[in-house]
Write a protein that binds this ligand. Structure first.
Ligand SMILES: [Fe+2]
Ligand SMILES: [Fe+2]
Length: 315
């Protein structure tokens, strides 16, 4: 039987913000040698992560005054710092790595910006909310972050369990960027859910949020992948259109090769969030996550230069 701590903050392990240093000079566009398509599936995450994680930071900063538990407040502050470092690392990877391959950065960013800054901003679709709804809209957005974090944790655990990109000959820098990020998503997996439970905890709102997040997130991943694949001359056009079954087959194939989570995985993973007994505590392995973080080349590189980020020992 699974046991979940009863305190407000269920993260019974330490959380740390860690700076990183990546060297972006030689990474290829097709950084997963077995599959250019899988390279695009993973790379497209960078655009929504940059805009999305800054949205997480803004939302949680606004929620800080409502937190009545010291441990949860500390976790949320560390969460904000981790997500800001993630967003910055992906921003640099896009500017210093993807951009040199002619990827249409403006178009990808514009879509993510519309969602996270315009639709999910303080004034949704530019409409100022009445005072009495402002707090509810903030708590609903905390719920949206919790639903998104269910996915980032699940993707993180999938990567730690299955992809093993670097051992399979993938580019070490891009592999490390996504695996380090995935590991920290697993590490801080409980924070957004704990915050939502602390501020609202309403099951119907949580379920309603996932009804929206599940298809929208799956669509964002599909559309982002199709967009990146469409500018790649090595990929047949038929595999770059969402309306063509070959696109979905190719995406599912990447899943079967354990290179990236597939479309069926996205649907079934979202469904777990509807269980009334759902808790992210059991959705990932902190030991596995910290084991990767402690040997991540980017974490070690920053640590060596600055004599910080000492490895974390699990008790
Ligand atoms: Fe993140
Ligand atoms: Fe996260």
């Amino acid at each position: 039987m699974s046991i979940i701590p009863t305190q407000v903050s269920t993260a019974d392990w330490p959380l740390f913000p860690r700076k990183v240093k990546f060297e972006w000079s030689t990474s290829p566009l097709h950084w997963i040698p077995q599959s250019p398509f899988a390279s695009h599936i993973v790379n497209q995450f960078g655009f929504s992560l940059v805009r999305g994680e800054y949205f997480f930071c803004r939302t949680f900063n606004k929620a800080l005054p409502y937190i009545r538990d010291e441990k949860l407040r500390k976790d949320v502050e560390t969460f904000i710092r981790q997500e800001a470092i993630h967003a910055q690392a992906h921003k640099e990877s896009i500017e210093q790595y993807l951009q040199q391959y002619g990827v249409d950065i403006q178009d990808q960013y514009a879509k993510a910006q519309y969602l996270f800054d315009h639709i999910l901003g303080d004034k949704p679709f530019g409409v100022a909310l009445p005072k009495f709804l402002e707090k509810q809209w903030l708590f609903a957005r905390v719920g949206i972050v919790a639903a998104a974090e269910h996915y980032t944790c699940a993707i993180g655990q999938y990567v730690l369990d299955h992809t093993h990109w670097q051992e399979r000959g993938a580019d070490p820098v891009v592999s490390d960027l996504f695996t380090w990020h995935c590991a920290e998503e697993v590490e801080h997996r409980t924070v957004a859910y704990d915050l939502y439970q602390h501020l609202s905890g309403n099951y119907l709102m949580r379920a309603g949020i996932m009804v929206g997040v599940l298809p929208i997130l799956t669509y964002i991943v599909a559309a982002g992948t199709a967009k990146l694949a469409s500018t790649d001359t090595t990929i047949p056009k038929s595999k770059t259109k969402l309306t063509n079954w070959k696109f979905w087959k190719e995406w599912q194939k990447a899943h079967q090769q354990h290179l990236a989570p597939g479309p069926i995985w996205f649907l079934t993973t979202g469904i777990r969030f509807f269980k009334p007994s759902y808790h992210p505590y059991h959705e990932g392995s902190t030991e596995q996550a910290v084991a990767y973080i402690n040997q991540s080349p980017a974490v070690l590189a920053y640590q060596q230069i600055n004599d910080v980020n000492k490895p974390v020992m699990m008790s």
